[in-house]
Design a protein around this ligand. Structure first.
Ligand code: SF4
Length: 354
């Protein structure tokens, strides 16, 4: 498949001298820690993950502790990392490892990939780093390296290109040093062969990189058309009383499943659903948020009610504004609540000064 037999040799040698060796999840064969880091690192930068990873391990030091925890607590420790389906699957996966594998992660990539939330590339990474298995990874960074080095055209998410990349990734696997080779692919993709302005002059693969030879680093991998992303909007009703705000636990599946958000829907319907009467309602500036598959405009409406009334239904909480922003809420809602808490604090200060 490839004309470049020295690909893995050069990459492995480069990783040993110039790659990363001191990340918190490295130098360990513990599949729990490796699995946790791999899930957190999906679509998320290393620097963002490190504090979450450390806090998570303090609270959930092993797979049994995670499996025994309440899903709400897991979600709260994940809040801010985004892509919340990962946290729900993390919890389900821990429970499956305990229930079906006596608390031990299986050592083969295929068995790992059968667990909730573990895709083929993540399964391969765990099999490599925890068990020394010879398995190919193919995450977004690796796709970028392969598309550039071998000048592969076409959107990597398209089925035919995706299959071609998997075949290529398999064919490149070295017979030995699988850990350094796999880490090398990760390090190269995140450190040198970056999305913008790759550092080709420092790259161990530069001599025969086709993208570099053709001057097409910026054009590869072929981008998906962003213009096709659908637009959605949602109204959030910010019900406030005595410095507190009402948050609702969302259903476990769907957007932001299991997290807390203000009740969603047209104001009149939300008030009727909760049996509340508002003294005063006021629309706030909309907030835009991009997801992989769509763009969302949040349209917040601030409604003041007399005092935090008791609600008969489960799943609702009245929280102090400052506390609400750090409860298990999605990132854009946290931003909204912090702005609201800041404005309320300022109003309070002006009242005292006046
Ligand atoms: S030479 Fe440049 S484009 Fe090619 S693999 Fe290396 S960093 Fe990426």
């Amino acid at each position: 498949m490839t004309d470049f037999p020295a690909f893995s040799t050069r990459l492995t040698a480069w990783q040993k001298t110039a790659g990363r060796h001191d990340l918190p999840w490295q130098n360990s064969r513990d599949p729990y820690r490796i699995w946790l880091s791999e899930i957190m690192l999906q679509q998320t930068q290393v620097a963002t993950v490190i504090p979450y990873y450390r806090r998570f391990l303090v609270r959930f030091p092993d797979v049994r502790a995670l499996a025994a925890a309440a899903v709400d607590e897991v979600m709260a420790h994940w809040a801010g990392l985004g892509y919340y389906a990962r946290a729900r699957n993390l919890h389900r996966c821990a429970q499956a490892v305990v229930a079906c594998h006596a608390g031990r992660f299986p050592d083969q990539a295929a068995a790992l990939a059968a667990l909730p939330g573990i895709g083929p590339s993540t399964a391969a990474a765990i099999a490599v780093f925890a068990f020394g298995q010879r398995a190919a990874i193919l995450d977004g960074n690796v796709k970028r390296v392969l598309c550039r080095h071998f000048a592969i055209d076409g959107f990597p998410g398209a089925a035919a290109v995706h299959r071609q990349l998997w075949r290529l990734a398999d064919s490149l696997l070295p017979e030995a040093d699988i850990e350094a080779y796999t880490q090398g692919l990760m390090d190269l993709g995140s450190g040198l062969c970056t999305r913008r302005r790759p550092a080709c002059q420092d790259c161990p693969l530069t001599a025969d990189c086709r993208a570099r030879q053709q001057g097409r680093q910026a054009a590869l991998p072929t981008a998906r058309s962003r213009s096709a992303l659908p637009e959605r909007s949602a109204t959030f009703v910010l019900l406030c009383a005595d410095g507190r705000i009402l948050l609702e636990r969302r259903p476990p599946s769907g957007l932001w499943g299991g997290l807390l958000t203000p009740p969603e829907g047209p104001v009149a319907l939300v008030l009727a659903r909760l049996g509340l009467k508002a003294r005063h309602c006021q629309p706030l500036p909309p907030l835009r948020h991009s997801f992989t598959h769509f763009r969302l405009t949040l349209e917040p409406v601030l409604c003041e009610v007399d005092a935090p009334p008791r609600l008969a239904a489960d799943g609702y909480e009245w929280l102090a504004l400052a506390q609400a922003a750090t409860a298990g809420v999605p990132t854009p809602v946290g931003k909204l609540l912090r702005a609201l808490a800041g404005a309320a604090a300022l109003r309070g200060q002006m009242t005292e000064d006046g």
